[in-house]
Ligand binder design. Sequence first.
Ligand code: DLL
Length: 431
Amino acid sequence: MFFQKSIETMPRQKLEELQLERLKRLVKYCSDNIPYYNRRLCGAGVTADKIKTLDDIKYIPYTTKDDIRDTYPFGLFGQPLKKIVRIHASSGTTGKPTVVGYTQNDIDNWSDCMARLCLAAGAGEDDIVHIAFGYGLFTGALGLHYGLEKLGATVVPTSSGNTEKNIMLMQDFKATALVSTPSYAQYIGELAKEMGALENLSLRLGLFGSEGCTEEMRTQIEKTLSLFATDNYGMSELMGPGVSGECKFRRGMHINEDHFYAEVIDPASGEILPKGSAGELVITTLTKEGIPMLRYRTRDITRIDYDACECGRTFARMDKIKGRSDDMLKIRGVNVFPSQIESVLMAFDNIAPHYQLIITRKNYSDYLEVKVELADGSLLEQFSKLENLQQSIRDKLKTVLGIDTKVSLAEHKSLERFQGKAKRILDLRNS
Ligand code: DLL
C-alpha cells in the first residue's frame, strides 16, 4: 500500500496553490465560527479576500498558548461539542491544561498524516508495533495508534510504565517496532540488558518523538536495541504527532504541508525570517475544524529546508528541534540549549546517557551544574580517573557553550529514569 503519493510528491507550485486555497477557506471558517478569532481578525482588518498570496498570511495576528488558556476549555473550538468526537489535553507547567478538540474529519486527517509518516519511516502492515507512549489525554499514543492501524500494522497498545512487563510482551509478541519517547526507549534498553532480554527482542524500527534527542543519543539507543529510529514532531495544539517526521533518509522531518503551513520567525521581534534561517516555528493548521490554529507560535526552534528529498517527497523538511525559545537557558547572559550539553556528554565513554542540569543564582550570577551518571559502579573507586573525566567534560562544555560549568559525577543508576518526556532541568533561580 502506498499512501497519497500524489500529494506527498506534488510540485511545490501546485502544493502552494492548494495551501493558498485552504488558507483562504480557513480564514473564513475562523471568522464565521469562532468569535474570539472573529474579533481578532476584524481588529487586524483581515478577511479571506485580503489573502491573495501565501505571503499575505503576514496580516494575520499570531496565536499563542495564552489565547488557548484565556478561552479555556472550549472557547477556540470551531464546532459545537456534538460535532467534537475526541478531546485531548496537554499539561502545562502551571495552571490549567491546554485543551484541544477533534471532529471526525480531524481524526481522519490525523490518521492519514500519521500513517504517511510511519510509512515514510519504514513501517508497514507486517509490523507488530508496541506503543509505549502513555495512553490518555496525551496525544502521542492514540495519534500513532490510529495511523499505524490505518497502515495495517498490528498495534499493541501497552502504554508506558511497568517496563519489565513491556519488555516481556515485546519478546513474546516479537514486536518489530517500538513507539515511545527516546528517553523511555533508553530506559527500556537499559532494563532489557539487565534482564538478559536484549537478544530475545525482534525490534527493527523505533518511531520516537515528543521530546528532543541528539544524534549521539539516538545512535546509542539504536545500538542497544538493534533498531533504526526516526524522529517525529508535533504538539497537541496543532494536532499531536503527525505534523512532521523523518523518512528513511533522515535529512530532517517532512512537514505534512497540505495540512500545515510553516513559517520561521525571530522569537524576539516576531519578524518573519528568510527561508532557510533558524528561528521559532509558527504553524497554521490548514484543515483543522475542531480547534484551528492561525499562525500558532510553537516556541520550538528549528530551520526548514525546502529542497526536494532523496525519497522523492517534495514536502519541506524541518531540522531536529534545537530547543524551545522558552526553555532555552540564559546563563550569565549566554543562550544555552540543553541539546548542546547532551551532545557533549554523549561523546564520553565512561558516563551513562543520564544527566540533570541544575541552575542556581548567587550574588546576582547564574551557575550551571551538570550532574551526570557514571556508566558503571567500579569507576567510583578510581579517584584520579574520575577527576580527569570531570575536568575533560568541563573543558569540552566550556568550548561548546562558552561558559564555565560545575560538573558532578553521580553514582551509576542514581539519577531518575523517565517513562514519558524526560525532565532534566532543575532551575532553582527563582526559588
Ligand atoms: O509531544 C506530540 C507528540 C507526541 C509528538 C508523540 C511526537 C510524538 P505535546 O505534549 O503538546 O505534544 O508537546 C509538544 O513537545 O512543542 C516540542 O517542544 C516537544 N516535541 C514534540 N516532538 C518533538 C521532537 C507532543 N520530535 C512539545 N523533538 C513541542 C523535540 C519535540 N521536541
